[in-house]
Structures are given as C-alpha cells and as structure tokens.
Design a protein around this ligand. Structure first.
Ligand SMILES: *[C@@H]1O[C@H](CO)[C@@H](O)[C@H](O)[C@H]1NC(C)=O
Ligand SMILES: *[C@@H]1O[C@H](CO)[C@@H](O)[C@H](O)[C@H]1NC(C)=O
Ligand SMILES: *[C@@H]1O[C@H](CO)[C@@H](O)[C@H](O)[C@H]1NC(C)=O
Ligand SMILES: *[C@@H]1O[C@H](CO)[C@@H](O)[C@H](O)[C@H]1NC(C)=O
Ligand SMILES: *[C@@H]1O[C@H](CO)[C@@H](O)[C@H](O)[C@H]1NC(C)=O
Length: 512
C-alpha cells in the first residue's frame, strides 16, 4: 500500500483514504476513509514559500465544565512572511490528521493570503498529532472529543491571535478547510458569527447520516466512467456470486480465493458484511483519490482480463495482488474491532488518528457506507448494522444503535444538515467526490455552492495552475474573489501594494 500511495504524489494537494497495514503480512481491509491533505512536493530550500513557525496555545480540557480547570496545549503553525499590519487573519482549520507545515506554505489558500497580506495560520485538531488532552485514549477519556469542545478551541485561538499576536482586534478573520475540517470551519462561523467573517468550505461534510447510500453510487459511476461498463459488471457479478456462495454454505471457497486469515463465519450476518465490506473498502479507495483515473484503469485491466475464468476469481486475483507481502488478508469483525480497541497514544491506530476518527463518526457524524442503493455494484449485504456493531463493540457497549441514531439526528438538528442557515460560506465540491452528498451541494438563499465538474475531493486546494480545467480555474478564481469581497466589506479597501524591495545583491551595489 505504501508504494501505491507514494505514486499518488502529484502536482496538486492529494488526499489519502488510509487503509490499515500495521502488519504487512496481515493487512486489515477496513478503513474509516479519512481524507488527508498532502503536500504536493517538498519545497526546495531555495524556493519561496517557507516561513512556517510552530507554536502552541494552552486550552481547557473541558470547554463546557467550569469546574474542570485542566488544560493542555494545542499546536498551530503560522506564517507571517506576507502579513502587513491591518491585514486579515487566515486560518486553515485542523481535521483528522497530524498538523503539517505545507498548509501555511503553499496551495490556493496560501496564495490568496499572500495576495491579501494576511497572517496565515493552520491549527491542529484536539486529539490528533501532539494536541492531546488526556493521558490515554480510553472511551471515557475520549469524551472531550466533541464539537462542544472543538469549536471553543478555535474561538480561543482566533482571539489569542487577534489580541496577543497581531494586537489588532479589528482584523478580519477568514477560515478554510477541507472535508471534516471544512465542516468545523462552517460550524465555527455558525456558532461565532462575530469572530469569523467568511469561510471557504472545500468538500465540507456537514450532513450526518445513519445510512450513506450515495457513496457507493458515486464510486460505481466513477468505475463506469474511467473503467468501463464491463468492469462495473465484473464487480457486480463478483459480489453476487460471493453472496450466493455464502448462502449456499460454500464460504470456504471464498476463504481460499481471498486468502482470508480467519474463515468467514457464514452464520453471522455481521461477519459476512465485514468480509464484503473489506473488498468494497479497497475498491472504493481506488475511486476517490486524485489519481482515480489511473487507479481505476489499472484495477479494471485485471478485473476484465479474459484470461481470468470468472468475475469472482478476477476480483480475488486483483485484491490479493494488492498485497504481495501478505500471507493472508484480515477482514473479520473480531479483528477489526480489536484493532480499534487501543488506548495507548503510542499505538499506531492512535498516532494515525484512526480510533479518534471512528469515535467522531460513531458519536456525531455516522456515514456508514452501505450497499443499500440498487444503483451500485457492491451487492446487497453491506448495511448500517456493520458500522453500528463496530461502534458498539469498540466503544464498550454503551453506544447502541439507538444511541447512535439519536446522536446523528442531534448533529443535523443542531447545525442544519445539508441546509444550514449561514451566510458568507462558499462551498465547493468535486463532481467525482462520493462525499459530496454529505455536503451543501446546491445553492439556496444566501449560500453559494459550486460543484466543480470532473474534480475530486479537495482538488481546488492546490494553487491555480496551467493544467486546471476551465471549471476548476473558475471555481478557484471565484473563491479568491469572494474572500477579497468579504475582507473588503469588513475592513475597507485592500492594502496598497508593498513598496519595492530594497536592492540587496552585492552585484547591484557594484554598479553604483
Ligand atoms: C533550487 O535548487 C535546485 C537544485 O538544488 C535547482 O534545480 C532549482 O532551479 C533552484 N530553484 C530556484 C528557484 O532557484
Ligand atoms: C491580488 O490579486 C488581484 C487580482 O488578481 C491583483 O489585481 C492584485 O494585484 C494582487 N495583489 C497583490 C499584492 O498581489
Ligand atoms: C487511563 O487514564 C486514566 C486517567 O485519565 C486512568 O485512571 C486509567 O487507569 C488509565 N487507563 C489505562 C488503561 O491506562
Ligand atoms: C482457470 O481455471 C483453470 C482450470 O479450472 C485453472 O487451472 C486456472 O488456474 C484458473 N485461472 C485462474 C486465473 O484462476
Ligand atoms: C478531466 O480531468 C482530467 C485530469 O485533470 C483530464 O485529464 C481530463 O481531460 C478531463 N476530462 C475532460 C472531459 O475534460
């Protein structure tokens, strides 16, 4: 998997849905589909754009309980190289990932910040990277991982930067984010309208759901478009044959074909779902990333190879071929839940943010990716049950399906789901992104929304480039225009251009 991910480094900000390969000989075919903005390329020492400075801010462990006075540091990086007094404050919101410097050193938000002489900051979300509020990650200690604490952290950071760092209480504040971090950005504006004057939400995911049916539909459409109908049909058939084999009591055939480490328990519906979900998980990873065209093409060549005897053997050949170093593949319910039940921060599943992100999903956001829709090729068995049972098991029984449904419902009641009542938020989505159905993907009232044709999740985060399609270019220019307008409306005309730099090269002086 690592070598496969390494190939993805392109010229733009890419996103990685993490699959779990802690032990290369026994990879776990499950993932929470975290999407992580990644640097296009390491900057050379001599290139411009450096300037990230690491800082931290002490915030309260509980932002809601006045009797709890414990505190811990959250990290942020700032870049003041282009800031000029009176300029705005730009903040890229932290998501389910470890904070990285490139967020304040390159990309479209950086370019806009530079153009507007802004002070640029990116923060780390509590519970990720080194912004850790509790000594271990037991279920009880995850209780501060909730929006009720996350949003005040951001309000604290904004006021700290305005009053103590910039010493400019009138500074205009603009937020940006991608995926879940865009959701937090939007919700921060909904909660603290007086602190935030505008938000760019790239691929924001704000509509919580107990059964996310559209995801598999978009993955299927992408496979049809960039692979072929034949490839889509091979997957369709492969899943039907697998389901029929299980029903006929022949699951050992599947155990052998797919090299599973632990045989499928065919009398346990959740274990059957876990197996089918394992195959779906790996296919879907091919179909969401910035390199989906190449990934799908490569996958479909194998799936539609006439040398393979049938769709099922083609599917098992492709899947096992992804993991050449594996002795067997892990996709059973017991192993999945066990992997997530770790509490030591040094454990890989906490360092990479998997357990934390599952907790967000189980307690607020939901999005079980299911095969409930008839318009997708991944069979009929993957239901919300699998996700709910995983939540219940991993977080110690208290999180029953009823509690889960109530929590997801609360999130939508509280924030407005796909129709939030909020102004000055600019939503962008890629038409190829399966997550866009969890976002605000149509315009209404005072909100703007743009679905960028032929683009993937967060593809507009990268700087404007010659290679951009017309739609992508237009969307990026519109975002820059909106942000300029918001800043202008809140703080007056933009600052005049900076004076020319003083002559610095000795050669120049020598001419005098
Ligand atoms: C930076 O250095 C690399 C090689 O070290 C060189 O290829 C490149 O042109 C340099 N870039 C600039 C902007 O000077
Ligand atoms: C910022 O961008 C606008 C529009 O592209 C341009 O007119 C202006 O010169 C830029 N300002 C700076 C300081 O780069
Ligand atoms: C986790 O931390 C709590 C204190 O926050 C402590 O009481 C508990 O024993 C720890 N549990 C584990 C498994 O380390
Ligand atoms: C196809 O079937 C033949 C005979 O049953 C078998 O020898 C061969 O290995 C199969 N090919 C694949 C790719 O499974
Ligand atoms: C869609 O985007 C890809 C990659 O940016 C590009 O190669 C392709 O030509 C685009 N397709 C169309 C029809 O514009």
């Amino acid at each position: 998997m690592l070598s496969r991910l390494a190939l993805i480094l392109g010229v733009s900000v890419a996103l990685a849905g993490a699959a779990i390969e802690l032990n290369p000989s026994r990879p776990l075919l499950f993932g929470t589909h975290r999407l992580i903005p990644r640097a296009p390329a390491k900057l050379e020492d001599n290139e411009t754009g450096h300037g990230a400075v690491w800082n931290q801010l002490q915030v309260r462990q509980s932002q809601t309980n006045p009797q709890n006075r414990n505190s811990f540091p959250i990290r942020y990086v700032s870049n003041d190289q282009h800031y000029r007094r009176g300029g705005p404050l730009f903040l890229f919101i932290g998501g389910p990932w470890e904070l990285q410097e490139h967020l304040v050193e390159q990309g479209h938000f950086f370019d806009i910040a530079k153009n507007m002489s802004a002070y640029l900051v990116a923060n780390e979300l509590r519970y990720y990277g080194e912004s850790i509020p509790a000594e271990n990650a037991t279920r009880l200690n995850l209780r501060y991982l909730a929006l009720a604490h996350i949003l005040p952290d951001i309000a604290n950071l904004i006021t700290h930067l305005m009053y103590e760092v910039l010493r400019d209480p009138g500074a205009t504040v603009i937020l940006a984010g991608v995926g879940f971090s865009a959701s937090i950005a939007q919700w921060t504006r909904q909660r603290y309208q007086h602190l935030v004057q505008g938000v760019w939400s790239s691929s924001g995911m704000v509509k919580a759901s107990t059964n996310f049916v559209e995801f598999t539909e978009v993955v299927g459409e992408n496979i049809r478009r960039f692979g072929s109908d034949e490839c889509y049909n091979a997957i369709w058939q492969g899943f039907r044959v697998a389901e029929n084999l299980i029903d006929a009591g022949l699951s050992t055939t599947l155990d052998n074909l797919f090299d599973v480490c632990n045989p499928i328990k065919s009398d346990d519906p959740v274990d059957v779902e876990a197996f089918l979900n394992g195959i779906f998980n790996e296919i879907s990873l091919q179909a969401v990333d910035i390199d989906l065209r190449e990934n799908i093409d490569r996958m479909c060549q194998i799936l539609t190879d006439p040398e393979k005897n049938n769709s099922l053997t083609a599917l098992s050949n492709w899947l096992t071929g992804l993991f050449p170093d594996a002795e067997c593949l892990v996709m059973d319910f017991e192993s999945i839940t066990e992997a997530y039940q770790v509490t030591d921060w040094q454990d890989e599943m906490l360092r990479n943010g998997e357990r934390q992100w599952l907790y967000h999903r189980c307690t607020a956001l939901g999005w079980p990716l299911t095969s409930s829709s008839p318009y997708q090729p991944f069979g009929r068995r993957i239901s919300p049950d699998l996700f709910m049972q995983i939540c219940e098991r991993v977080f110690n029984d208290w999180l029953t399906p009823d509690v889960f449904r109530a929590l997801v419902r609360d999130t939508n009641i509280f924030w407005g789901g796909g129709r939030p009542d909020v102004q000055r938020v600019y939503h962008t989505h890629g038409s190829l992104d399966p997550w866009r159905y969890a976002g605000v993907y149509f315009a209404y009232g005072n909100s703007y929304s743009r679905v960028i044709w032929n683009a993937t999740h967060g593809e507009d985060l990268a700087s404007i480039s010659e290679d951009d399609s017309y739609a992508l270019r237009l969307a990026k220019e519109r975002v820059a225009q909106e942000i300029r307008r918001w800043v202008y409306q809140s703080s007056g005309p933009p600052l005049p251009p900076p004076p020319p730099p003083p002559p610095s090269s000795p050669a120049g002086l020598g001419l005098l």
